[in-house]
Design a protein around this ligand. Structure first.
Ligand SMILES: CC(C)(COP(=O)(O)OP(=O)(O)OC[C@H]1O[C@@H](n2cnc3c(N)ncnc32)[C@H](O)[C@@H]1OP(=O)(O)O)[C@@H](O)C(=O)NCCC(=O)NCCS
Length: 231
């Protein structure tokens, strides 16, 4: 890559990151470190949300409810995630959460004598440990605890606790097998070698930069159109 293009690219990346931090301060009012926020995230202002340093939230995610959500350091939530939390949802550090994943900590009553919407919500905290991987379209239901280093297959509906290091899949999710976890490890063994993890992190940074770039371009187009309209 020519030197000038490299420098411009570097400056652009820094500007895009700064813009994301401004958005984070404005929308969430709390900050525990540098985080990545994509476009279109909706957030219930009654919710208490804390994000660990380096956490990244994909586009069009939804935070719904008045509960307490904690997302650990370097954890990545894919696009269109849905966290419906009226009590507590905790996701540990270094988790990878695919697109369209739902996490919900509450159920309506199902008594036949009253409409479902009229029945009180029963909430039970959800806890997802460190170093977990949730495949695309997985759903985690109220009261579930997922142990460190566990893997949840795409499309699974997790209704019961998942042991640390287990790979579960299906509806309802069942254990397929256990990953081999090294003694004293965080549960991250086998997730990928160092080089793989670095490439993954770089791809994510690029993903967020691309989104920020598209937003800037869209805003510019709008300003342009508005300017032309006024003229
Ligand atoms: C669960 C997963 C990690 C594979 O785990 P694995 O231990 O290597 O499992 P295998 O591929 O050996 O499959 C074992 C069995 O589980 C079944 N299985 C695998 N994934 C499944 C899933 N998501 N749902 C239901 N069954 C599944 C296989 O069909 C196989 O069944 P069989 O023994 O009857 O043939 C993988 O299938 C998966 O779901 N990955 C998520 C992909 C994703 O969402 N990527 C986005 C990136 S964030």
């Amino acid at each position: 890559m020519p030197r000038l293009v490299q420098v411009t690219h570097g400056l652009w990346r820094r500007a895009a990151r700064a813009a994301r931090l401004v958005a984070y301060d404005a929308f969430f009012g709390k900050r525990t470190g540098r985080v990545g926020l994509a476009a279109g995230i909706s957030y219930d202002p009654r919710m208490s949300l804390s994000l660990g340093a380096g956490a990244q939230l994909g586009r069009n995610g939804t935070f719904q409810g008045e509960g307490r959500v904690q997302i650990g350091a370097r954890t990545y939530l894919g696009g269109f995630f849905s966290i419906h939390c009226v009590r507590a949802v905790t996701i540990g550090d270094d988790c990878l959460v695919g697109n369209f994943v739902s996490i919900v900590d509450n159920d309506h009553g199902t008594d036949a004598s009253a409409p479902i919407a009229a029945q009180p919500l029963a909430a039970k905290p959800v806890r997802i440990g460190n170093g977990c991987w949730l495949g695309e379209k997985a759903t985690v239901l109220a009261g579930v605890a997922i142990g460190d280093g566990a893997v949840v297959g795409a499309g699974a509906v997790v209704t019961r606790d998942v042991p640390a290091g287990a790979i579960v899949a299906g509806v309802p999710a069942r254990v397929l097998r256990l990953r081999a976890l090294g003694a004293g490890s965080l549960g991250l063994d086998g997730v990928g070698d160092e080089r793989g993890a670095r490439i993954d992190a770089e791809r994510r940074e690029d993903h967020f930069d691309v989104i920020a770039h598209r937003e800037d371009a869209a805003a510019e187009r709008l300003r342009d159109l508005a300017g032309r309209g006024a003229g």
